[in-house]
Design a protein around this ligand. Structure first.
Ligand SMILES: NC(=O)c1ccc[n+]([C@@H]2O[C@H](COP(=O)([O-])OP(=O)(O)OC[C@H]3O[C@@H](n4cnc5c(N)ncnc54)[C@H](OP(=O)(O)O)[C@@H]3O)[C@@H](O)[C@H]2O)c1
Length: 330
């Protein structure tokens, strides 16, 4: 396996640009090829980021020489098709969240990766952010006793545009799949197995019939709960807490790429508190990319930190929330 990994990107929107920025922070990563629905956009992006190959059709990227791994950055509804294109052609994939629109799609993607023996991972970048990695390890070690509640929000005000990816139902729009997925994944990572025994949810809808706001509660065995909230109607604090029997962990805003953590312990009637800073350069996408390259260097077919079974659990959880709020996509 080469020392330097040649990355390709499919779908050249906002997130593709941030990801390409962060690849520059990794000495063993190189942007090698980009694919767009427009040759003009592909060529401009490739020139800006010094990528040697630019394709004006997604399907052409699979013929690119010396390509090691592809990052899928298209709207949600295209993730399955774009991922399958790469996997069927033996190309490892890092696929943006939400991995798939539903369980059926996810199973098809995962079983194709396993059949083809090709690496596949959902781009849950938050899992690799140093502060979050630290917090999950701390909680698992029992630092705050038994974690009984996880609480997180993610909201921003998005001006209404019926054609945008965030409001257009045909593109898989809505707050849950776009940003509600973050509180959901924190709950699943922090509270682990078994999965919630019940899920309650409520939503308010846009005129385009997708969830503008969504609130959900996961009820776990042994009196454990997770509370999540997402909205595209207002700016919310974007904070997260893990409450334990012996203390609390607070992930400062914006928690999904936190740079600061506060750990508090109950000490009689008082609370002992310590703050920790986890500074990093760039947007924070370099950590997931570095992990993918580590997996590829070790010839692993999936990540130990975001395994495909975790992704399937997450997709199924989002399916249940959508069932509860009555949101169906075509
Ligand atoms: N991890 C994160 O922090 C994060 C943040 C934002 C978004 N995301 C995820 O990344 C994905 C893309 O989000 P984004 O914000 O980058 O979206 P975006 O800015 O709208 O870009 C999506 C790109 O997909 C391509 N595309 C192909 N068919 C399209 C269609 N019918 N309508 C719109 N675009 C189409 C377009 O690029 P070409 O025509 O050039 O191919 C477009 O620029 C989403 O699934 C989202 O959930 C993740």
């Amino acid at each position: 396996m080469a020392d330097t990994f040649n990355w390709g990107i499919i779908g050249l929107g906002r997130i593709a640009r941030k990801f390409a920025d962060d690849l520059k922070l990794l000495p063993n990563a190189r942007l090698h090829a980009v694919a767009s629905t427009s040759q003009e956009r592909a060529s401009a992006f490739a020139e800006e980021y010094s990528a040697p190959f630019a394709y004006g059709r997604y399907e052409d990227i699979v013929n690119c020489p010396d390509l090691d791994v592809v990052y899928i950055a298209t709207p949600h509804v295209m993730h399955a098709e774009n991922t399958l294109l790469c996997l069927e052609n033996g190309l490892p994939v890092l696929c943006e969240k939400p991995f798939a629109m539903n369980r059926q799609e996810a199973i098809r993607m995962i079983s194709t990766a396993r059949r083809q023996r090709v690496f596949l991972m959902e781009a849950l970048w938050s899992r690799f952010i140093p502060a979050i990695n630290y917090v999950l390890a701390l909680a698992a070690q029992g630092e705050i006793g038994t974690v009984h509640t996880v609480k997180a929000d993610f909201g921003f005000h998005m001006p209404f545009d019926p054609n945008s990816r965030v409001f257009n139902k045909a593109l898989g729009a809505g707050s849950l799949l776009d940003i509600g997925i973050y509180p959901a994944l924190l709950a699943l990572f922090a509270l682990g197995k078994p999965m919630p025994e019940d899920i309650l949810a409520a939503a308010a809808f846009t005129s385009t019939e997708v969830d503008e706001s969504c609130a959900f509660t996961f009820k776990y065995p042994e009196n454990r709960l997770a509370l999540g909230h997402s909205t595209i109607a207002a700016n919310t604090p974007v904070e997260a807490w893990l409450y334990g029997t012996e203390g609390t962990i607070y992930l400062h805003p914006r928690w999904h790429f936190a740079r600061k953590v506060t750990v508090s312990h109950y000490e009689g009637n008082s609370v002992g508190q310590r703050d920790m800073e986890f500074p990093f350069e760039g947007w924070g996408y370099q950590f997931e990319a570095a992990h993918v390259m580590e997996c590829l260097a070790q010839e692993r077919l999936e990540s130990d930190l975001v395994p495909l079974d975790f992704t399937l659990d997450l997709v199924e959880t989002l399916d249940v929330i959508r069932e509860r709020i009555g949101l169906e996509y075509d």
